[in-house]
Design a protein around this ligand. Structure first.
Ligand SMILES: Nc1nc2c(ncn2[C@@H]2O[C@@H]3COP(=O)(O)O[C@H]4[C@@H](O)[C@H](n5cnc6c(=O)[nH]c(N)nc65)O[C@@H]4COP(=O)(O)O[C@H]3[C@H]2O)c(=O)[nH]1
Length: 753
């Protein structure tokens, strides 16, 4: 069992099957052997009992016959006239009795013989010291009744026969003949060498033949049939046969069975090995195929040729690995090749191009403002757009070109077998043309543009990774150039792309480490220079480079969506600080906070604002949010909807950098705003540039006519302030009054005044 268990623990399935089947065969054979032995044993035992019974019957018969013979002869002796005469003829006794008695005793194993008269006195005896019988109750009974008596004395092994001597029907005396039972039995039971025989009288062994202590016997006790001499003498027979004889056929069968078992187990082992091969060979084949198959090699597990569950398993495995391979190489959303497969194809193109000396190009395509679309219309909408864009791009490519999705809104295209740059331009124009038409998704019609970067092999990179990286850098350049355009890679782009990636990584760390600090720039009433509010302006307290102004990181933060978290941190810090000043009893007016429109599109934004206000314990009367005109005008309908929600919770709103975003009056009227902020570029040049002066005046009059407050930013001189007052704008923000200040400086400044 231990061996089986250890074998089962062995890792080879084949060994396990062989061991199990062999063990099964061995167990079956063992059980059959035991059963056969049991049946044979019971059968033998029954046979043996019957045999002993027959033999006992025969032994009894012979013994009984002998005793009967001795009794009859003794009776016959008493009938002899010489015996009768001897009772009265004292002289004749000596002369006639000895030869008569000698003759009688011959061949009868007589121990001694005694003739007694009616009084029990011995008138003849064969040897001296024979017991006196005259008082023997058995003799008295025999004489009195005139009946033959025979018995074995208790505790003795002698058979005594008393036969009365009759004369004219009168009992005159008796002949008493004593035999040694052992001798009697010995003579009667010849030819019984194979068995042992024991005779018992009163539990005392009076005869034993062929019994040896060191032999084990199958033996049994027998009592005699009714009416026999032995029954009257109360003699019991024990008879037994040596177990060796009895066991001989059994051992013979056992040996044969053992031999048969060994043969069967050997055949079983061979068969089980063959059987195991039949079972395990397909499993092992499957195992080796599975082991040899990895993502790169295309080893299939099926067919195994077994046409059973294993075949199904192999097929299922193939289907699964093909699916996994597909999933590993294709984008789940668009089913276009993914980055991995695209790099593989690039590698293939490099190999082919080395042979053919042709060129190929890599296009890196990024959708412009996809994040905003996604945030505004939902992810399902964005997903559908990506699928359509992938299909569209694929539709304008040649047979041996391929498009892939890198992730997000980034697609790449491999243009093979190019003869000149002109070939690329043609395809580029086809792609750009796709984006000139509106996209229609969920009954909405809208326009999306894309920026494309191009890297050529071998001019712009020798490895797939390098080509991709450079096409990506060129794409960023296209974005910088105002988007909706394409750009070929030039060597100076890599450095910029690297800077961009570094900045993005650092920005992410900055959010985690809360490296942003809020500066505040007071806003004043021009007439009395009294502070009417403050604008919260973020600064990045970079651990290595020190304070970084927003212009350096806000655009990237907006591009990557990181602005959402930055603005939230600013909002929390600014509100808390502002309330602290209020709590100090300082007159700080209204807090203006810059908001990115991306922020507004987030589902939980309103909830977040409410929580932040609650936590800062600030009143909405002290709050104003600023959104740039350019951002509002990107999707005015959406902006109206979102801003209204802020308005509903009591927050006032201002349009920042007003004058730069080409807003139409009809939209401004519908926006739920309270204030216009004249862009600093107009204010700064208002005194020197006629257009800017006119624009500033126009903005002020629009604000007045729409009943909106108006504030000018970027006021740096007294003259600029005077110009503004003269034209009806009394609120200003600028270096002329205050620069953006850190909390400590500003607190001192505020407490001083
Ligand atoms: N030359 C000159 N400049 C003046 C003068 N007065 C104010 N400024 C600068 O003009 C900018 C005014 O803020 P903005 O128009 O909202 O323009 C802001 C705003 O659009 C954005 N920004 C700043 N903080 C945040 C923020 O927390 N969240 C968001 N989303 N954007 C922010 O970054 C822009 C630049 O911010 P800053 O560099 O702090 O630049 C600030 C301020 O320092 C002046 O007299 N002369």
């Amino acid at each position: 069992m231990d061996f089986i268990l250890r074998s089962l623990a062995f890792k080879s399935i084949k060994v396990r099957v062989v061991v199990l089947i062999s063990a099964l065969i061995a167990f079956a054979l063992f059980s059959i052997t035991l059963l056969v032995l049991f049946i044979v044993n019971s059968h033998m035992s029954a046979q043996m009992d019957a045999l002993l019974k027959t033999r006992a019957h025969s032994v009894y018969g012979k013994l009984d016959q002998r005793i009967g013979y001795l009794i009859d002869n003794t009776v016959l002796l008493t009938k002899n006239e010489l015996i009768v005469n001897s009772l009265i003829d004292k002289n004749g006794r000596k002369a006639y009795l000895p030869p008569l008695v000698d003759n009688f005793m011959e061949g009868k194993d007589v121990l001694y013989l005694n003739i007694v008269d009616f009084d029990g006195r011995a008138i003849f005896q064969t040897q001296k010291n024979i017991p006196l019988y005259n008082q023997s109750p058995r003799l008295r009974a025999a004489l009195a009744l005139g009946k033959v008596s025979y018995y074995i004395e208790k505790g003795d092994d002698k058979l005594v026969i008393i036969a009365p001597i009759e004369y004219y029907n009168t009992t005159q005396g008796a002949a008493i003949v004593v035999f040694k039972m052992g001798h009697v039995a010995q003579r009667a039971l010849t030819n019984n060498d194979d068995i042992y025989i024991k005779l018992f009288h009163d539990n005392i062994n009076i005869f034993s033949s062929n019994f040896y202590k060191d032999i084990t016997y199958h033996s049994s006790l027998h009592t005699v049939e009714n009416g026999s001499y032995l029954e009257q003498l109360n003699v019991i027979l024990e008879i037994g046969l040596p177990k060796k004889i009895y066991m001989a056929p059994l051992q013979d069968i056992f040996l044969k069975l053992l031999l048969l078992g060994v043969v069967f187990i050997s055949i079983g082992m061979i068969l089980s090995n063959m059987l195991a091969n039949g079972i395990t060979d397909p499993i092992l084949t499957l195992f080796h195929r599975v082991k040899n198959s990895d993502n790169k090699s295309e080893v299939l597990c099926s067919p195994l040729g077994t046409n059973d569950e294993l075949e199904e398993l192999a097929k299922a495995f193939d289907e699964r690995s093909i699916l996994l391979q597909h999933q590993a190489q294709y984008d789940a959303l668009t089913d276009l090749p993914n980055r991995l497969l695209f790099l593989d194809r690039l590698q293939q193109s490099i190999k082919n191009t080395l042979r053919s000396k042709e060129k190929f190009a890599v296009l890196f395509i990024d959708l412009d403002h996809f994040k905003e679309i996604n945030d505004s219309f939902g992810h399902d909408f964005g997903d559908k757009l990506l699928i359509i864009v992938g299909e569209y791009i694929e539709s304008v490519l040649r047979g041996n070109d391929s498009v892939a999705r890198m992730g997000g809104d980034e697609f790449t295209v491999l243009l093979n077998e190019l003869h000149s740059e002109n070939d690329i331009i043609q395809i580029l124009q086809k792609i750009m043309e796709l984006f000139r038409k509106p996209f229609i998704i969920a009954h909405r019609q809208f326009y999306v543009t894309c920026s494309i970067g191009i890297a050529m092999y071998p001019l712009h990179g020798k490895t797939p990774e390098e080509l991709l990286k450079n096409a990506d850098a060129a794409m960023y350049k296209a974005k910088d150039r105002g988007r909706n355009t394409y750009q070929f890679y030039t060597n100076d782009m890599t450095e910029k792309a690297y800077e961009r990636i570094t900045l993005e990584t650092q920005l992410r760390e900055a959010i985690v480490n809360r490296e942003f600090e809020v500066y505040f720039q007071p806003q004043v009433n021009i007439n009395d220079n009294k502070i009417i509010g403050m604008e919260a302006l973020v600064r990045w307290n970079h651990p290595q480079t020190g304070l970084v102004p927003p212009g350096k990181f806000i655009p990237l933060a907006e591009d990557t969506g990181l602005i959402v978290e930055i603005d939230r941190q600013v909002m929390q810090d600014a509100m808390k600080q502002f309330q602290k000043w209020i709590d100090l009893g300082l007159d700080v007016g209204v807090l203006s906070i810059n908001l990115s429109m991306i922020q507004l599109n987030h589902e939980d934004f309103i909830e977040f604002v409410k929580t932040t206000i609650k936590n800062a314990k600030i009143s909405t009367d002290n709050l104003m949010f600023e959104v740039t005109e350019t951002q509002v005008m990107k999707n005015p309908k959406q902006a109206i909807f979102m801003l209204q929600q802020l308005k509903d919770i009591g927050i006032r709103l201002a349009i920042d950098d007003f004058g730069t975003g080409h807003s139409s009056l009809s939209y401004i009227k519908r926006l739920p705003i309270d204030k216009l902020k004249i862009d600093q570029s107009f204010v700064m040049d208002a005194l020197v540039d006629k257009d800017d002066r006119e624009l500033t005046r126009a903005i002020i009059s629009i604000a007045n006519s729409l009943n909106l407050e108006v504030i000018a930013e970027g006021v740096e001189t007294k003259e600029q302030a005077e110009f503004l007052v003269k034209n009806g704008c009394v609120e200003a923000q600028g270096y002329f009054y205050y620069k953006p200040l850190d909390v400590l400086t500003l607190t001192k400044e505020l407490t001083k005044s």
